[in-house]
Design a protein around this ligand. Structure first.
Ligand SMILES: C[S@@+](CC[C@H](N)C(=O)[O-])C[C@H]1O[C@@H](n2cnc3c(N)ncnc32)[C@H](O)[C@@H]1O
Length: 273
């Protein structure tokens, strides 16, 4: 079996950091080794040294995308950290509706590291329930990993994945398919119409947005970044928010160590003045 030498780990970990902002400490050597062995196997390569040369010299950039797909950790669930959705229902969406100019512009939400889509569809259900279409809502889900985005776009989830979805919302927003005992749930057209997915590296050069957002969920991704990357990210997220817009971070990701001009209004919820 191919062993990852410390030197290979250091070079690959630096590459991952430079590309994505994800910091891999040396304790993660075995994890990185296990995850990248799949790439070595697919490419019939014998060593991580050879793989490093290949990924850095591949001018198409495709192997870099595949490497980052392997490196990311994608755990998520519907209505994860449900207090945030309660905050949206009771506070954020009513305030955004009240301040809305009634000019036909939709409320714009962004799930900035959306993994397999559960967060995006949870946001869509919540927004549709509260607004009843007044104003319209548009929800963008982005992630670094193309693999999770492909799953998110199918909008199809196994029965055990949808456990967090309230019964009434499940029957309103999902269709069932599959055989008995192997039921799958597919998001219906109301959700599909308001969501969109696209690849975006939060550590990349540009955020290609033409308009700013009313709500940004950037949860459970900052934990993989060091303070310098977190600071740059929070500055950019802040710039992407409309005045009066809300930023939600993961419960274990308070912005205590980061400089910012946002006002904390609830646990890991911030508003732009
Ligand atoms: C643990 S999941 C969190 C999913 C969801 N936000 C939640 O809280 O349930 C972290 C996600 O961040 C993504 N990610 C990691 N680094 C990223 C980067 N530089 N740009 C965009 N997404 C990134 C991973 O691919 C992964 O899907």
């Amino acid at each position: 079996m191919n062993q990852m030498k410390l030197r290979d780990f250091e070079r690959l970990a630096k590459l991952v950091y430079d590309q994505s902002g994800i910091r891999l400490e040396v304790q993660k050597l075995e994890l990185l080794q296990a995850r990248l062995r799949k790439r070595l196997k697919a490419l019939s390569m014998d060593s991580f040294k050879e793989y490093y040369t290949f990924v850095t010299e591949d001018l198409t950039g495709m192997e870099m995308v595949k490497m980052l797909d392997c490196v990311t950790t994608n755990k998520t669930e519907f209505f994860r950290e449900h207090q945030h959705f309660e905050h949206l229902i009771k506070n954020a969406i009513p305030a955004l509706q009240k301040n809305h100019k009634g000019d036909g512009e939709p409320l714009r939400f962004w799930s900035a590291a959306c993994s397999t889509g559960e967060e995006v569809y949870s946001l869509a259900m919540t927004a549709l329930e509260v607004t009843q279409g007044r104003p319209r809502v548009k929800i963008l889900g982005t992630d670094l990993s193309t693999k999770v985005l492909a799953k998110a776009m199918t909008g199809q989830y196994e029965a055990e994945k949808i456990e967090g979805v309230p019964e009434a919302w499940l029957s309103r927003y999902f269709k069932t398919a599959g055989e008995p005992g192997k039921k799958v749930y597919r998001v219906g057209h109301q959700l599909k119409e308001v969501v969109r997915f696209s690849r975006l590296n939060l550590n990349g050069e540009v955020y290609p947005f033409q308009s700013r957002f009313d709500v940004i969920f950037c949860r459970n991704v900052m934990i993989y970044f060091d303070l310098a990357v977190q600071q740059k990210l929070v500055d950019r997220l802040s710039a992407c928010l409309k005045p009066g817009g809300y930023l939600y971070t993961g419960h274990s990701e308070s912005l205590l160590r980061v400089k910012h001009n946002l006002k904390g209004v609830a646990s890991s919820v911030y508003v732009k003045a």
